[in-house]
Design a protein around this ligand. Structure first.
Ligand SMILES: NC(=O)c1ccc[n+]([C@@H]2O[C@H](COP(=O)([O-])OP(=O)(O)OC[C@H]3O[C@@H](n4cnc5c(N)ncnc54)[C@H](OP(=O)(O)O)[C@@H]3O)[C@@H](O)[C@H]2O)c1
Length: 323
């Protein structure tokens, strides 16, 4: 099965697959064990063979491990892949310690990323978050410099506000906004999503399954030691109430002959031509199911059921995406 649909990312931007492959969970980020490396590389290569060219990584995913993995997977077929890289986060021992967005640091980070990936140019380069430690003009200006130097093709941003997006875009044209978005997390619909649409910026939407909540595979209580316990969404009565909500998705999936994950991805996909579902897949077996999700359509009634049951605020508690 192939993902044949392509989208133009941003105004006159690059042509990329409508479904993106998130590589983060192939490495240890939050202290989880590293996945089977061969399977991860095979998954990336099978994704490329299936028409998925958008690969998402970060220099802090496994402290460089993820970029090395992506580099191995694309060796000899650079032109098949569109490489999106985030930078700026400092991770240690499964915890995010802070951000480093200083221009000299960015100019240092990029060289390490290029070497680990084994490429000359990163297609989309983006700060993973912004803070007030460095003026936005300096962060965006540094990436603009890297574009002039030929080390980067397009500017991206991630997890920012609508005001920051407008400001960033006024300094240098932003090609894509990477942002958490799902039936369970719809806060961006009030101002960030309309701003991206108005400015002609592509939306790369991650966490479509809301940390697995929308897969329909989660059961209360969660096993001891499960990382989900850290998030209020998965604690006590919140989890019980949220799993009840997911029953509606499970029921609709059953009626349509798909899985809840497929509907969760299809719902994101249905939000517009400028919205790309970016899905983590660490095993080849995920690909046919998730590629098929891109073909699913909803009737107006089905859309209404989903939008009503998963209206903003319907899912209780938050994850690290709490804005
Ligand atoms: N900008 C940011 O701040 C930010 C933050 C987080 C993530 N990201 C990027 O976005 C990507 C996706 O985000 P995410 O990992 O948070 O969310 P996600 O795509 O919802 O993935 C969550 C989990 O869903 C599982 N999954 C995938 N397909 C499935 C299926 N058909 N049935 C059941 N489970 C399935 C994956 O398992 P397997 O791994 O076992 O295949 C993964 O562990 C990441 O890889 C990363 O590149 C960006």
């Amino acid at each position: 099965m192939k993902n044949r649909t392509k989208i133009t990312l941003g105004k006159n931007g690059p042509l990329v697959s409508k479904l993106g492959l998130g590589c983060m969970r192939m490495s240890s980020v939050w202290g989880s064990p590293v996945n089977d490396e061969n399977e991860s590389i095979n998954t990336i290569q099978m994704a490329l063979d299936s028409g998925i060219n958008f690969l998402n990584t970060g220099d802090f995913y496994g402290s460089g491990h993820n970029e090395l993995l992506v580099g191995k997977a694309i060796k000899g077929r650079r032109d098949d892949a569109f490489i999106s890289v985030k930078f700026g986060a400092i991770f240690y021992g499964g915890h995010m310690l802070g951000l480093d967005l200083r221009p000299t640091s960015i100019k240092n980070f990029i060289n390490y990323s290029l070497v680990r990936l084994g490429i000359d140019t990163i297609d989309l380069y983006q700060p993973c978050r912004l803070d007030n430690s460095v003026p936005l003009e300096d962060v965006i200006g540094t990436i603009a410099d890297l574009i002039k130097e030929g080390k980067v093709r397009h500017l991206g941003v991630s997890e920012i506000t609508a005001d920051q997006l407008r400001k960033a875009n006024s300094i240098y044209p932003v090609t894509a906004l990477e942002i958490g978005y799902s039936l369970a997390d719809r806060q961006i619909e009030s101002d960030l999503l309309p701003a991206a649409k108005e400015l002609g910026i592509g939306v790369v939407a991650f966490a479509n399954t809301a940390e697995g909540l929308l897969t329909g595979e989660m059961k209360a209580p969660l096993p001891a030691g499960d990382y989900h316990h850290h998030f209020s969404r998965f604690q006590g009565q919140n989890l019980i109430s949220n799993l009840e909500k997911v029953e509606v998705l499970k029921q609709l999936a059953k009626e349509k002959g798909f899985t809840p994950t497929q509907l969760a991805i299809a719902w994101v996909n249905a939000q517009g031509d400028y919205v790309m579902p970016l899905v983590s897949m660490s095993r080849r077996s995920r690909l046919p199911e998730n590629i098929q999700a891109m073909e699913i359509e909803f009737s107006p009634d089905e859309m209404n059921v989903l939008n009503t049951h998963f209206a903003s605020g319907a899912i209780l508690g938050g994850t690290y995406l709490q804005r």
